[in-house]
Each structure stands twice: as structure tokens, then as C-alpha cells.
Write a protein that binds this ligand. Structure first.
Ligand SMILES: Cc1cc2nc3c(=O)[nH]c(=O)nc-3n(C[C@H](O)[C@H](O)[C@H](O)COP(=O)(O)OP(=O)(O)OC[C@H]3O[C@@H](n4cnc5c(N)ncnc54)[C@H](O)[C@@H]3O)c2cc1C
Length: 464
């Protein structure tokens, strides 16, 4: 059967099952689903389904499986490694209409949500009950919980609270043959059989489509205070992080920005960020159950940090706190504004290795005359490395990117780390998985893929 005929049959079958408006072939609309937030990557799907229920998802998968047609699950499309991009066409299965918070169970401190609930909306909703959903990717106002689960997303609070994987208690998901499965549920402990949930977290839409998520909540801390501390060097900043943690102070975030990041944000926002001449900033958040507890921790922290007290900004009100987080949250936009094409990597190393990793990396990038902007999560060793294309010739850039990836990943691995801490492998990193995993491990992953998806219809060309 020709591809055209196949697409027509799939369109007709799905329209019959799901209804007219759910299945789309209008190219203007398809265009909106051709990319995510990955720099310089675009490819049109042949069809789009906007699923409104688990039944819609199941029917879509059944039909596509029958025709061996690629299905690309999509949450909010904020991924940065091309996970939701239909790189070889196929059907984009958008979960955008499945965006309800089904239940906030206060007694069990569990939220049950549909996959496309925006992470920040869930955080605000549970706050009303004095509860907290801690994972906080910087994209929390635009990304979905389903996408967070599929990517194993993290955020600044990982140092104290962990990442998405630490909060998923149960999943409902649909296998490529259309069968609907639930693993786990409203219970905290579970040693029943294989930990399927763990396999699905970070599976990047290649194993199943997640349609319902049970999330652990915790009591919200009553007081939160942020501190912004300037340093004369990255080394000093990172040494301070080790000292803070050795002193048994566990902040909820310890973010660092090197001077390139501070300067680019200042230029973009057209306003002077605090301590513009510092070589590095640490942005530290302390939370706890009372003002007294938090101030006691801050006193200990200030004694640990070798910076004069009057050089530390302590932000207690929401307005003050927003001001110092504005710079951190504006880095990606600032980079995009300076250079629409850029390489964004999120390697992770043991946190004690950040200074030597960055020193070696910076030396290499400087020797190649490249502009790099580096920031990240000092508390958990996850470093965001951005290299700007600027006005470099396209051919030169395209030849350079694979070389740069090899340099960055090679250095991360030689410092005891790995190639990605939170953004996943997706499409843009699939050729480099072999740097971080042995052949045996990759083979095991491939066998897991075949067990879930024997016809390889789900998100082909991703991860492997
Ligand atoms: C400005 C900015 C800041 C960011 N900051 C962070 C950060 O701090 N930490 C971090 O971890 N990430 C960050 N990201 C990356 C991105 O937001 C995350 O990867 C997020 O988890 C993606 O969610 P999404 O809903 O947009 O997923 P999408 O981009 O739609 O999809 C991502 C992947 O998940 C799969 N998928 C989505 N939904 C489902 C589902 N229901 N079932 C099965 N598979 C599914 C897709 O197939 C794809 O492979 C940032 C991105 C931007 C643009």
C-alpha cells in the first residue's frame, strides 16, 4: 500500500472512532506540531490527533499499530532534545486536551492528574491545601506533568527534594496495541513485581502513552527565603557549595550562574542585575516550617560562606524573591535572543567535580573562540552548557556541533558523570548514547523497547 493510501485509511478509521474535530490533516495546524523547543529542528507530521480520553489514545494506537504507522506522543512541546518532533513524519498524538486535575486527596497526600496538566498549575492547586509538589523545572509554567514523567524532568529543588521520578506513585498508560494498563496507585510502598513505573519514567514516549499519573505530595514548608551571593570565581562558589552541604545544611536550591550568564541576562533585560561584576553567583533557597527554623539555618549558612554579610542579598518578600529569580529564569530567553541557534547541553557530574569539569571545558571552548554561557544546579552537579552559533556560517556550525557534543560528553564522562541530567536523549543525542552506556546496557534497553512496542511504532528514531 502506498504511504498516501495508508494515511487516508488511518485518517478515515480514526475520524470514525474519535469524531471529526479530533483528527487533523490541515497543514497549517500540522505546522504547529512540527517542532518543540529544540533549537534548529523541525519536521511535519502527516496527521494530528488531539486525544480527549484514554479511549481516544487507545483507539489511535490500535489503528496506527495495525498500519505500522509512527505515533509521536506530545505533551506541551517544551522538550529541548526533539522528543516530540515527528522526525520521519507519522501521527502526533497530542495530550493537550487531557489537562484536568482529577483529584487532590488530602488524606493520602496524593494528586491524581491527567497527563497534560501544566506543572505550575498543579503546584498552585495543591498549595491551596497547604501541600507541595516539589519538582520544579524552569519551564514549569509551560510544560506538562506527562512530559515531566516521560523525560524524568528535574529542577533546582532536586538537591533537597529529588526529581519527578521521586514523586510518581502510579501510572495509567496505553501500550502500542491499545491495551490500557495501570501500575501502582495511591500507596507509597510497592514491591509487587517489576517496578514498571521506573521503566516508564524517562522513556521519552518510546514505550507507552501515559494517560493518568498518581503523584506524591508533601506538606508545604511555611517559610521560604532566598539568598543571592556573589563570588570572585566559579571555584570559590562551588567550594562554598561543598562546605554548605558538609555542614549539614540542605538548601532547597543551590543554583550557580557564571559571569557570561549574568551579563547576557543583564543585556537582555536591559537592567542591571545584582552584583553585575561578580565572576559567579549562587542563588540559594532555604525553606522550613517556621521563620525561626529558616533564620537559624540562614545564620549558620552565612557563617559558612566566606563572603561579607553586607554583600549577600536576603530576599524574604515575594517581590524581593521574584527579583533575584528573574535573572536565573531569563537565561534561556536571553540566549535565544542573542542567537536563535545554539547548542544546549545539560551534562551532569558529581558536584565536587564541577570546578574541574568547567575549568577543562572553558579552556577547550576558549581555545576554539566560542561564546559559551554556563549555569546550572550546583547542588546536584547538573551543568547547563550553551554554545552560541551567533553569525557563524551554517555549514561550519553543522560540522562543529557533533564535535562539540563529543567534547562536552567526553569531559562529563571522564569527570565521573553522564551526558544528560534532565533533558533526555531524544533525537539530538541518540548518536551519543554509546558514549555513556555499554553495548550490553543499550542492548537491554532495546529489548525492553521491543517488549513494550514489538512493531516499533512509538516515537521511532528517539533514544536509539
Ligand atoms: C525555558 C525552558 C526551561 C526548561 N527547564 C527545564 C528544567 O529546569 N528541567 C527539566 O528537566 N527540563 C527543562 N526544560 C525541558 C522541558 O520543559 C522538559 O523536558 C519537560 O518535561 C517537557 O514536558 P512537555 O510537556 O513539554 O513534553 P514534550 O516536549 O511535549 O515531550 C517531551 C517527551 O515526552 C514524551 N511525552 C510527552 N507527554 C507524554 C505522555 N503523556 N506519554 C508518553 N510520552 C510523553 C514526548 O514524546 C517527548 O519524547 C526546559 C525547557 C524550556 C523551553
Amino acid at each position: 500500500m502506498t504511504q498516501e493510501k495508508k494515511i487516508k485509511r488511518i485518517y478515515n478509521a480514526l475520524t470514525k472512532l474519535l469524531g471529526e474535530g479530533r483528527v487533523i490533516k490541515d497543514s497549517d495546524i500540522l505546522e504547529q506540531y512540527a517542532s518543540d523547543e529544540t533549537s534548529d529542528l523541525k519536521s511535519l507530521p502527516n496527521l494530528l490527533v488531539r486525544a480527549a480520553s484514554v479511549t481516544d489514545v487507545s483507539n489511535t494506537l490500535k489503528i496506527c499499530n495495525k498500519y505500522r504507522f509512527p505515533v509521536i506522543p506530545r505533551g506541551a512541546g517544551t522538550g529541548v532534545t526533539g522528543g516530540a518532533v515527528p522526525v520521519r513524519g507519522g501521527l502526533v498524538l497530542s495530550l493537550e486536551l487531557m489537562n484536568s486535575i482529577i483529584e487532590i486527596d488530602q488524606d493520602n497526600m496524593i494528586a491524581v492528574v491527567e497527563p497534560c496538566v501544566i506543572t505550575g498549575n498543579l503546584q498552585k492547586a495543591v498549595q491551596e491545601y497547604g501541600l507541595m509538589y516539589p519538582p520544579d523545572p524552569a519551564s514549569l509554567d509551560i510544560c506538562s506533568i506527562g512530559g515531566n514523567v516521560a523525560e524524568g524532568a528535574g529542577g533546582p529543588r532536586a538537591v533537597k527534594y529529588g526529581t519527578t521520578k521521586d514523586y510518581v506513585l502510579g501510572l495509567e498508560y496505553v501500550l502500542p496495541d491499545g491495551s490500557i494498563v495501570t501500575s501502582g496507585g495511591k500507596y507509597v510502598k510497592d514491591s509487587t513485581g517489576y517496578h514498571t513505573i521506573g521503566i516508564l519514567i524517562g522513556s521519552e514516549g518510546t514505550l507507552a502513552v501515559i494517560t493518568k499519573i498518581y503523584l506524591k505530595l508533601i506538606p508545604a514548608p511555611e517559610t521560604t527565603i532566598d539568598l543571592l551571593i556573589p563570588f570572585k570565581s566559579i571555584d570559590e562558589a562551588i567550594d562554598t557549595v561543598s562546605r554548605i552541604l558538609r555542614n549539614r545544611i540542605i538548601p532547597s536550591t543551590i543554583e550557580f550562574m557564571e559571569e557570561g550568564a549574568i551579563n547576557i541576562v543583564s543585556d537582555y533585560l536591559q537592567e542591571e542585575v545584582p552584583f553585575p561584576n561578580a565572576r559567579a553567583h549562587l542563588l540559594i533557597q532555604i525553606d522550613g516550617n517556621s521563620d525561626d527554623e529558616v533564620h537559624y539555618i540562614i545564620d549558620r549558612l552565612i557563617k559558612t560562606v566566606d563572603v561579607p554579610h553586607d554583600r549577600i542579598i536576603i530576599a524574604e518578600t515575594v517581590k524581593q524573591r521574584e527579583r533575584i529569580w528573574k535573572a536565573r529564569r531569563s537565561i534561556r530567553e536571553s540566549i535565544q535572543h542573542r542567537s536563535t541557534v545554539f547548542l544546549a547541553e545539560d551534562s551532569v557530574v558529581p558536584r565536587s567535580k564541577i570546578p574541574s569539569f568547567l575549568k577543562d571545558l572553558k579552556a577547550k571552548l576558549n581555545s576554539m573562540n566560542l561564546t559559551s554561557i554556563i549555569f546550572g544546579h550546583a547542588g546536584d552537579g547538573n551543568v547547563h552548557i550553551n554554545i552560541l552559533k551567533g553569525d557563524m556560517d551554517n555549514d561550519k556550525w553543522n560540522t562543529l556541533v557533533p564535535r562539540l557534543k563529543e567534547i562536552i560528553y567526553g569531559l562529563a564522562i571522564s569527570h565521573g558523570g553522564t551526558i544528560t541530567g534532565e533533558h533526555g536523549i531524544g533525537f539530538t543525542r541518540k548518536n551519543y548514547l554509546k558514549l555513556a552506556m555499554t553495548e550490553e546496557e543499550i542492548d537491554l534497553l532495546k529489548r525492553i523497547k521491543s517488549a513494550f512496542d514489538p512493531n516499533h511504532i512509538l516515537n521511532p528514531d528517539k533514544i536509539f
